[in-house]
Design a protein around this ligand. Structure first.
Ligand code: ARG
Length: 265
């Protein structure tokens, strides 16, 4: 009985030591907390429905893709903690303008219209637009054939801008590239226009049983990391980090992981 009580007491003491962190240890912990709260946080905006650049893993817990690996490496290089926020594509630049984001990485094409509102890093990926149609579609072979057709695009993208230039086209602007593919499969549109790697990834992961991509490339576009104009210093930091990642082989490693080949120089 006495022995049992003693053991109990020992246990209670051990537990209380754990909770209080053994006196001396607690100072250590406070220091850690302080460090965590002063660690610089990089507020990153993306629209995570754009594989292989940004998407959520099966549990919806982690952000994955080429852009996600790249921006984590950039943040690490800049000594920031990466905080990734998933936002509608057409809400990304407004969120940056209202001061809620430091950078955007979202397969975002560098163009003059956007340059009025944000700064862009050096280009980090070369892309362009292609058309996706159902396998049995016979009459759409080039961009010109979209005349008079119903075409789905993601709202706020270069696809939306380019397709609107085609005469007599009926454009359906949807929230995500995933929605554009769904609309095509459901028969709501005759074609979809998206960035080539995104179209190719969709066809590869779904087995190409229902839809196929056409070869023609409508545009040549460069992706850049958008940086708030409120922080011109950060533009230099991001470019320096990108340069470093090119030099130390990290960029190539990430490129190979997602595209399975050597980065185009
Ligand atoms: N590259 C195109 C653009 O800049 C499409 C980007 C869409 N990105 C995304 N994560 N949904 O307009």
């Amino acid at each position: 009985m006495k022995r049992a009580m003693l053991m109990c007491l020992a246990l209670v003491m051990a537990l209380s030591m754990l909770v209080t962190g053994c006196g001396g240890g607690s100072g250590e912990k406070k220091k850690d907390d302080a460090k965590a709260s002063t660690e610089k946080v990089l507020r990153i905006g993306t629209n995570a429905d754009f594989a292989p650049f940004e998407f959520q893993d099966v549990d919806g817990k982690n952000y994955e893709g080429f852009d996600m690996d790249l921006i984590r490496a950039v943040a690490k290089e800049m000594k920031y903690k990466a905080d990734i926020q998933n936002i509608n594509f057409d809400g990304l630049i407004p969120a940056m303008e209202s001061g809620n984001l430091d950078v955007i990485i979202s397969g975002m094409t560098i163009n003059d219209e956007r340059k009025q509102k944000v700064n862009f890093s050096d280009p980090y990926y070369k892309s362009g637009l292609t058309i996706v149609v159902k396998n049995d579609n016979k009459d759409i072979k080039t961009f010109k054939d979209l005349k008079g057709k119903r075409v789905a695009v993601q709202i706020g993208t270069t696809s939306a801008k380019e397709v609107k230039k085609i005469e007599g086209v009926e454009v359906k602007e949807l929230n995500s590239s995933a929605d554009t593919f769904m609309e095509l499969k459901a028969g709501g549109v005759d074609a979809v226009v998206n960035d080539k790697p995104v179209n190719d990834t969709y066809i590869k992961t779904t087995g190409g049983k229902e839809v196929r991509a056409l070869d023609e490339l409508l545009t040549s576009e460069d992706y850049g990391i958008a940086i708030s104009k409120k922080n011109p210093e950060m533009l230099k930091e991001v470019n320096a980090a990108l340069k470093k990642l090119h030099e130390n082989g990290e960029y190539d490693k990430i490129y190979k992981k997602w595209f399975g080949e050597q980065a185009k120089k």
